[in-house]
Design a protein. Structure first.
Length: 249
């Protein structure tokens, strides 16, 4: 991640980001990310929103599109996985003044217009971590296997943590910076499960808000098809739960 930090400093020096950072990790999403960035609100109430794009390798010009949209950018020289890119983004946001981070997918499946509603429980001090739920809202995709997987993994993670969440595999989430400093993040992919289990094990307050889950604007997911996704997501769930138990959280 050191080269990503260097790239950020080369582009921006030592800026002060707004108290809310909309964080987008992107790998080969040049065709989609521009519209996502245009929809990010400039403010939530009286809080300024800064947009930070971590480009996770690739040579499709994503960083140029992001900078043209007014976003802060940190580019990694090679693809290291969304989890690594997000971890770098969390670090940069916290170092440069953010108090809250909202992660948004680069592929158009999340609607940035929902950002204020997602953040509201954190601002009201009712939660420290809010996950968007397509099961509480609406899922406009057609993959029934993926829908079944969302239900299955929510059931498993709830059983392990004592939570009552409906969607534990959604990357659209709002998080208090103090939580990000506290949790352990080792995984290079499927970070939502690791975040939820680690945060729950440390006693942070986690809740949900409904979202509309859109089909990706174009292209294919970089996380693999259903069987590959399910096996790797299950691996992250098990490894994170065992680690938290072993460390006494």
């Amino acid at each position: 991640m050191g080269l990503g930090r260097q790239d950020f400093r080369r582009r921006h020096g030592e800026p002060h980001l707004g108290p809310v950072v909309a964080l987008v990790a992107s790998y080969l999403e040049a065709d989609n990310i521009g519209d996502v960035l245009k929809a990010v609100p400039a403010r939530v109430g009286d809080l300024e929103v800064s947009t930070l794009v971590v480009v996770d390798g690739g040579d499709d010009g994503t960083e140029d599109i992001a900078e043209a949209a007014g976003a802060f950018v940190a580019a990694l020289p090679v693809n290291m996985g969304q989890g690594v890119a997000l971890k770098l983004g969390y670090e940069l946001a916290a170092t440069h003044g953010a108090r809250y981070v909202v992660t948004i997918d680069a592929d158009g499946q999340n609607d940035p217009v929902e950002l204020p509603e997602l953040l509201e429980p954190v601002l009201a001090d009712e939660a420290d971590f809010v996950v968007a739920s397509r099961r509480l809202g609406r899922d406009d995709t057609t993959d029934q296997v993926r829908r079944a997987g969302v239900l299955f993994f929510a059931t498993v993670i709830n059983a392990l943590t004592g939570l009552r969440l409906t969607d534990t595999s959604n990357g659209y989430r709002a998080i208090r910076v103090e939580l990000l400093r506290d949790v352990t993040l080792d995984q290079d992919q499927y970070q939502t499960a690791e975040l939820i289990i680690s945060a729950a094990s440390r006693g942070w307050r986690i809740t949900e808000r409904p979202t509309v889950w859109h089909p990706r604007a174009s292209g294919e997911s970089k996380k693999g098809h259903n069987v590959f996704f399910a096996l790797n997501y299950a691996r992250v769930v098990v490894l994170t739960w065992l680690r938290e138990r072993r460390t006494g959280h």
